[in-house]
Design a protein around this ligand. Structure first.
Ligand SMILES: Cc1ncc(COP(=O)(O)O)c(C=O)c1O
Length: 342
């Protein structure tokens, strides 16, 4: 594991890479009482030619600094921290499975460690990184999941912290996830406000594809309004789809005519589109799974059934997934790949 200590007086200390071992922190450490904790999730991929890369890690560095600032934790030099992570991955590269679809999951974390029973900015913090080999999300092919349209709990609220990757955003979701699982659904579809705006799926961003009155397919994702985590996968899906539309880089399989929008979308609109045969697909997007297709949504006592195809993927998610995983595994050259080692 990588460890870097920070104190208010001395700033960032010297990074060290040590054996994975328990941390020793005071029972009064602020992280244990006031959830002064942030984290990131990224992956390193081993290519068939032996190269190891990460996917757009600069975005994770930026997001982690935004999370740190939101919690009054210290911010850091993203390039320098990424170089430390690179050194850790080089040391741990034998842990990256070389089977297709496998990767090394990387978990940077920062916690407030000073012992203070008072809510205030931390005066000491620990930035650390641990890793774990990760297998493919869908070893047996894509399996569209059922979602529970959740109206009784909220993940994020206007003016809240949903746009940041704070540990405190996740603990309250576990009970809601348990309730969804008990009702036979895989994940929560977090709905916001009396209009039931779609926000996120479990711990993923979401996309909806609908056919408009003019027959043109619209790929919609909720806007970054403060309640949505600015996902790296979300941004990548938008960029790929927009480059396709602009003719900059056409993706085989994506419809020629496509509208890509970041706008609010309600459950009423999704249900109406499903009932009139205009819903093309709905999918989640995140680092862990890349893309998760959805088969139905439990909503106010009944199920809204969504179209799915035989291989589980939809007509937009299939080419987008192929492109994203092609880049990540090195089959497709891209400036999004950050070279860890040759
Ligand atoms: C709440 C939430 N939304 C969305 C995402 C997807 O973000 P990314 O694509 O950067 O993994 C994640 C995972 O990091 C998440 O925890």
């Amino acid at each position: 594991m990588l460890k870097i200590l920070w104190t208010e007086g001395r700033g960032w200390g010297t990074p060290s890479i040590e054996s994975y071992a328990p941390l020793s922190i005071l029972p009064s450490a602020t992280v244990l009482h006031y959830a002064q904790s942030i984290f990131e999730g990224m992956k390193a991929y081993s290519h068939p030619n032996g190269k190891v890369t990460m996917f757009r890690p600069d975005m994770n560095m930026k997001r982690m600094n935004a999370s740190a600032a939101r919690l009054a934790l210290p911010t850091f030099n993203g390039d320098a921290f990424l170089e430390c992570i690179r050194q850790l991955i080089i040391l741990d590269r034998h842990w990256i499975p070389d089977q297709p679809g496998h990767s090394l999951y990387i978990r940077p974390t920062m916690i407030g460690t000073n012992g203070t029973l008072g809510v205030q900015p931390p005066t000491e913090a620990l930035l650390f990184v641990i890793c774990s080999p990760a297998g493919p999300y869908y070893p047996q092919g894509f399996k569209p999941v059922p979602l529970y349209g959740t109206t009784e709990f909220t993940r994020a609220a206007p003016g809240g912290t949903g746009a940041y990757k704070l540990a405190a955003n996740y603990a309250p979701g576990v009970f809601a996830q348990k309730m969804a699982a008990k009702a036979g659904y895989a994940q929560n579809l977090w709905l916001h406000g009396p209009e039931h705006y779609l926000t996120e799926v479990g711990t993923m961003n979401l996309f909806v594809a609908l056919k408009g009155e003019d027959g043109v397919i619209e790929l919609v994702t909720p806007p970054l309004d403060g309640m949505i985590l600015p996902g790296v996968t979300r941004d990548s899906v938008l960029a790929l789809a927009r480059d396709h539309v602009a003719g900059k880089k056409r993706l085989a399989g994506l419809p020629d005519q496509l509208k890509v929008t970041e706008r609010p979308i309600t459950m009423g609109e999704v249900k109406g589109a499903a009932e009139t045969g205009r819903l093309v697909e709905l999918f989640g997007a995140g680092t862990a799974c890349v893309i998760t297709p959805v088969e139905r949504i439990g909503y106010l006592g009944s199920d809204v059934v969504l179209p799915t195809s035989e291989d589980g993927m939809g007509p937009l998610s299939r080419p987008l997934w192929t492109q994203l995983t092609g880049i990540q595994t090195g089959a497709i050259e891209s400036e999004w790949n950050f070279l860890v080692t040759k």
